[in-house]
Design a protein around this ligand. Sequence first.
Ligand SMILES: NC(=O)c1ccc[n+]([C@@H]2O[C@H](COP(=O)([O-])OP(=O)(O)OC[C@H]3O[C@@H](n4cnc5c(N)ncnc54)[C@H](OP(=O)(O)O)[C@@H]3O)[C@@H](O)[C@H]2O)c1
Length: 323
Amino acid sequence: MRYIVIGAGAVGGTIGAQLFKSGHEVVLVARGAHYEALRNDGLRFITPDSDEVLDIPAADGPIPTRDDDLLILATKSQDTVSALDPWPRHLPVVCAQNAVDNERTVLRRFERVYGMCVWLPAQHLDPGVVAAHGHPYSGMLHVGRYPQGVDELSRQLVTDLNKGGLVGLDAPDVMRWKYAKLLSNLGNAVDAICGHTSGYEALHERARAEGTAVLEEAGIPYATPGEQSQARGNKVDIRPIEGIERGGGSSWQSLAKGSGSIEADYLNGEIVLIGREYGIPTPANEVLQREANRHAREKLPPRSTPAAELSALIDERSAAVSR
Ligand SMILES: NC(=O)c1ccc[n+]([C@@H]2O[C@H](COP(=O)([O-])OP(=O)(O)OC[C@H]3O[C@@H](n4cnc5c(N)ncnc54)[C@H](OP(=O)(O)O)[C@@H]3O)[C@@H](O)[C@H]2O)c1
């Protein structure tokens, strides 16, 4: 199998690097300065144990494809459609992303779609450089066919992931894992807007409580926190890397890079959407979605709004929706 990683940033760069290091054929697809750096200098891939430059083939758009190609989509969810658009639709696609809408969006266009639940703390702030903080493995990845099941291809991918510094797991119920991950990702906006200050837990908990309520009402299953920590065990601990500060999660990185967009419509926005479908108010997620988008649009630096201010906006919205 040849792995074509579309969006070779923090997650895509790490998966591509680990597959490449364990002997697989990999192509990294990137754009702009990151693509130039990959093409000219290779990928600098840094983990708690290593710092190396990998000469992985890079492309800035579609390449001639082969029958054994697998597309690993690792862009933010807001880039899913534009990133996949130029690729031939007969190829299988794995959504190595947070959120739960990508698989359905891709299945509208591509015949064979796989979900991947990504537990992989990584950072990509500078062109050509990806740092993966997970230890002893860079990440844990549940993989299954969308909407459910496993097949020969997903099993092959899991086998290949396990050959390197990653933990791959067959997951016939992959979306159940991805909905559980969605609940933890409801805190991404809080991390990006205010950081892990004293108010972080309370804000995340308000968003998570709404998330749990709408999933329950909609009858959408999700893995429990116990199942998740049991699966993860101590395989993916976050370790410091000398000289590389782990600033924050992927939404924090969007603000830190001033990229102008953020994934909130697909994280908090997913809970808002289901809440609206079922008539359940979701004021905390509405405010987080709105404020994260505003911070991205206005290119505000990360963690520029105090938790108390965000909390007051949620209180105000809660009062308005309960009137
Ligand atoms: N980072 C983490 O620790 C982490 C952990 C678990 C899950 N995730 C999830 O993994 C997914 C990817 O996140 P990430 O943090 O890896 O993001 P990222 O570092 O920003 O990487 C995504 C890459 O895709 C590129 N891209 C976007 N559109 C493209 C296109 N049309 N063609 C080529 N490249 C394109 C981006 O380029 P530009 O920079 O030019 O936009 C960026 O380099 C998200 O769903 C995220 O929530 C992240």
